[in-house]
Design a protein around this ligand. Structure first.
Ligand code: ADP
Ligand code: ZN
Length: 709
């Protein structure tokens, strides 16, 4: 269709008219030029960097059909649907199609009626498919997830190796291989196995600047910390929560659900149907939190995952980076959050030592875990440390990780470490952390007596720290390799060589200070509440959801969050203005422009009504001066219910946020919102009664207004 719109379209015209984007990002333009010039390219870009456009744009500029090889059959359908939304002629062939459907696609291919065709590698290699391609006018081959040729990676796909055939059979067709895995070895392997020696390499590094990294200490209430994180920062957002075991997955999913979240479990122990159903809901619905073992995520390409949380410690930085990397593929701000504690360290070390793998392998795994632990304990920029680990230098601290945002306090732990290590030594390197802490604290304990450890020099010398602080210190000593845990001897803690200089006073030890558990007040700071206009944002999302449901496509296929956020911020008032919004190409403007415009206009109207109404404004002004609703009513000699009516109008128009308007705790607000969600008629009276009259009608009205009823 694009070719019908403009004669001889250039890459830039297509970017704007079809995709609705203003300019190319990173190396996109250079890559596209290389392909248009008939050359091959190897593109290494981080997830969310914009790899797809590197082949989609040339596919539209060049005559003929682009063949996209992708290992992820489950994704093809969504990718193709997304392209069709832009008015692009795209199709896929894979085992999920009926023979008739395959026939139809093949006919379109031969007739030159496709801009892009997605196929799985095994399908491509069938002689039928290859001979079909012989008779087709081709524009390019795009080999997505090219690291799948690497036998050393986790995603190795034997069929990928055969893709070198393409070069021999279709030597004049440009090829572009793409991956987010940019390490040296993988790169060399891709070049060699796909015969890409002539290809130009484009490397954008690994960094995912939109992802914020945060690693927290488990203060014995990881689950509560997680809930607080989700409610404070990600209410209504899509997210993934990783747990180590299936049992824990089930427990956490159930618990979060009980707290009013749309949480669904996902692990290998569930039936295929239920698992597929949960995955489908995650992809299609908004605001689903999937609780999963790490089995979940491969082949999931949902762009608007706003957070990834770990309730366990990943086994390596590679794993951590890959799992957290599932957040924010759309390039918008995303959060990652992890909780880790002593028990995680012990469990993982135990699993590793207990595994039956060969020694060499175990040793490497051990080093990887140690690097991960190091990442948890460092006090400097986490992103710099990770990129350094991957061989990618980063000059300045990132400013978007917890250590950069609120630099941790450190303390001179030398003396305490000496006590802790010495206690291990004095008690014969035969006991676990709990016992050691009891000895340091001088606990009156039968076992200690029995072993005569109330007589050792370290008994009772550690009262300056409490139980928790000592276990944290032991965790840090283990994480830093000064102590090790021996599982063949029931998890007893032992000294390593590295402990000696500290014990002898030859080396100082500086450690992160343990956070005192803080009861921070709940505050909402969702990704887009920064754009202030929550009511419009929600209205646009709702409209998008309606359209998506009508067509049976995921919401992001209609418009990305970024597009809705820009609409919220700029509030376009004409179709012409809408067409300027990022992500609104010609086809989408035609299909959706009017209806989104209507949503914005009716919202602006409501807002103006409020603005016009001086009396509402006066109430809001008084509220900003820290008067409560009763005081405002008294001062203005109006009834309390009138004041609440003003407030709810202000909320509806996005002038006010709920938390500011009501002196209620977030928890109470949630209770009320829940009651509205669970009542059939949405009437104040119903909810008033359901909550036993605990909240005033005025308060309920404000909460309802905030829900966009
Ligand atoms: P990758 O495949 O590298 O993970 P995508 O190709 O899916 O990344 O692109 C990530 C996001 O960035 C998508 O939402 C895409 O629409 C958007 N995007 C890509 N290139 C541009 C651009 N030049 N301008 C605006 N948005 C872009
Ligand atoms: Zn940082």
């Amino acid at each position: 269709m694009s070719t019908e719109l403009v004669v001889n379209p250039t890459a830039h015209q297509i970017l704007q008219s079809v995709f609705g984007y203003e300019s190319f990002r990173n190396q996109q333009e250079a890559v596209i030029e290389q392909i248009l010039a008939g050359g091959d390219a190897l593109v290494l870009m981080p997830t969310g960097g914009g790899k797809s456009l590197c082949y989609q744009v040339p596919a539209l500029v060049l005559d003929g059909t682009a063949i996209v090889i992708s290992p992820l059959i489950a994704l093809m359908q969504d990718q193709v649907m997304a392209l069709r939304q832009f008015g692009i002629k795209a199709a896929f062939i894979n085992s999920s199609l009926s023979p008739e459907d395959v026939n139809e696609v093949e006919t379109r291919l031969l007739n030159g009626d496709l801009d892009l065709l997605y196929v799985a590698p095994e399908r491509l290699m069938m002689s039928r498919m290859l001979s079909l391609l012989d008779r087709t006018k081709l524009s390019l081959f795009a080999i997505d997830e090219a690291h799948c040729v690497s036998q050393w990676g986790h995603d190795f796909r034997p069929e990928y190796i055969q893709l070198s055939v393409l070069h021999e059979r279709f030597p004049s067709i440009p090829r572009i291989a793409l991956t987010a895995t940019a390490d040296e070895t993988t790169r060399a392997e891709i070049i060699q196995r796909l015969s890409l020696d002539q290809a130009q390499v484009f490397n954008d590094g690994f960094d995912r600047p939109n992802i914020q990294y945060r690693i927290n200490e488990n203060q014995g209430n990881a689950r509560e910390q997680l809930l607080r994180f989700i409610l404070n920062e990600h209410e209504g957002d899509t997210g993934i929560v990783y747990c180590l075991s299936r049992k824990r997955v089930d427990q956490i999913a159930q618990w979060l659900e009980g707290k009013g979240l749309k949480a669904l479990p996902y692990h290998a122990g569930m039936s295929n149907e239920v698992r597929a159903h949960h995955q489908e809901r995650f992809l299609r619905e908004e605001g689903v939190v999937i609780v999963a073992t790490i089995a979940f995520g491969m082949g999931i390409d949902k762009p608007d995952v706003r957070f990834v949380a770990h309730l366990n410690l990943p086994k390596s930085i590679e794993g951590y980076y890959q799992e957290t990397g599932r957040a924010g593929r759309d390039g918008l701000p995303a959060n990652t959050w992890m909780s880790y504690g002593l028990q995680d360290v012990i469990t993982l070390k135990q699993m590793q030592q207990g595994s039956t793998g060969e020694e060499n392998y175990k040793r490497i795994e051990g080093h990887k875990l140690d690097a991960m632990l190091g990442l948890c304990e460092i006090t400097t920029c986490r992103r710099q440390a990770m990129l350094r680990y991957f061989g990618d230098a980063m000059g300045e601290p990132c400013g978007n990780c917890d250590n950069c945002l609120s630099p941790p306090e450190t303390w001179d732990a030398t003396l305490a470490a000496q006590k802790a290590i010495s206690c291990v030594h004095r008690t014969g390197q035969r006991f676990g952390v709990k016992y050691l802490v009891d000895v340091l604290l001088g606990k009156d304990d039968e076992r200690i007596m029995q072993f005569d450890h109330h007589k050792v020099s370290t008994f009772g010398i550690g009262t300056e720290l409490d139980n928790k602080e000592w276990s944290t210190l032991y965790r840090q000593l283990i994480a830093n390799g000064l102590l090790r845990v021996d599982f063949e001897r029931h998890g007893s803690v032992q000294l390593t060589e590295a402990a000696r200089p500290v014990l002898k006073g030859e080396q100082q030890l500086t450690l992160r200070k343990m956070l005192k558990s803080s009861k921070t007040k709940l505050r909402k700071s969702r990704t887009f509440s920064a754009t202030a206009n929550n009511a419009l944002w929600e209205a646009l999302r709702e409209h998008r959801m309606t359209l998506a449901e009508q067509q049976g496509v995921p919401a992001y296929v209609i418009f990305h969050d970024a597009t809705l956020a820009e609409m919220t911020e700029r509030q376009p008032q004409t179709l012409q203005q809408i067409s300027k919004i990022t992500g609104v190409g010609e086809r989408k403007l035609e299909a959706y422009g009017d209806s989104f415009l209507a949503v914005i206009l009716s919202h602006s109207q409501a807002e103006q009504d409020v603005n016009k109404s001086d009396t509402v404004q006066e109430t809001i002004d008084l509220l900003t001066q820290k008067l409560n609703p009763q005081e405002i009513a008294d001062k203005r000699e109006l009834t309390l219910s009138t004041i609440y009516k003003h407030l709810s109008q202000g909320i509806e128009a996005g002038e006010l946020n709920l938390v500011d308007a009501l002196s209620l705790e977030e928890e109470q607000i949630r209770i009320i919102q829940n009651a509205f969600e669970h009542c059939d008629d949405g009437k104040l009276k119903t909810v008033y009664e359901a909550l036993d009259g605990e909240y005033d009608y005025g308060v309920l009205g404000c909460v309802r207004a905030s829900m966009g009823e």
